[in-house]
Design a protein. Structure first.
Length: 185
């Protein structure tokens, strides 16, 4: 059920996918089992895409509590990254709290040698830094993690990181949108 829900959400059928994932987690709880931390991540990501930020934050709080009890830390870094993304989308005045989440995600990913999760969290933090006028810092930290990778440059995460690096390498007052209008950052 969980994988089917995730697939539906990935196809853009968010309502159906979310409902299926929620049912799957509830079914697991009904048997006395806990959902995997990855399942909470999939659901939180779908909530984020669907604009259900409060639901996403509640889901992540539950997942982090479950991690404390059970120790399933495989997706702990990603949960913290998603929490930061949800906080920013819910209220952009929560940038400091989101930054702490991204930094915590990076720290956890480094301890676990989880370079993909470290890359994702660094891209999220770099985006926040870009939006708050800290472009050079964003570029430096993102270049460091991006430089670690030697393959997989056709994956979505590395393409996203490369696009962010390219953007950060241009002068902020000369950026152009796809419609031709300028955007100052």
């Amino acid at each position: 059920m969980m994988q089917r829900g995730w697939a539906l959400a990935a196809e853009g059928r968010l309502s159906e996918g979310i409902a299926e994932m929620e049912r799957a987690i509830e079914a697991q709880k009904a048997t006395g089992a806990s959902a995997l931390s990855s399942h909470y991540c999939w659901l939180a990501e779908a909530y984020l895409k669907d604009g259900r930020f409060r639901d996403g934050l509640g889901n992540i709080a539950e997942a982090l509590d479950m991690i404390k009890q059970r120790g399933d830390r495989n997706y702990e870094a990603e949960l913290h990254r998603l929490k930061g993304e949800l906080l920013l989308k819910q209220d952009d005045s929560r940038a400091a709290e989101a930054q702490s989440c991204f930094q915590r995600a990076i720290e956890i990913a480094r301890k676990q040698s989880a370079k993909s999760f470290e890359l994702r969290a660094t891209v999220s933090l770099a985006r926040l830094f870009r939006d708050t006028g800290r472009r050079d810092e964003a570029r430096t930290m993102l270049a460091d993690i991006y430089g670690w990778f030697t393959e997989g440059f056709d994956t979505a995460d590395l393409k996203d990181a490369k696009a962010m690096l390219d953007e950060l390498s241009h002068k902020p007052d000369a950026l152009r949108r796809s419609d031709g209008s300028s955007k100052v950052r």
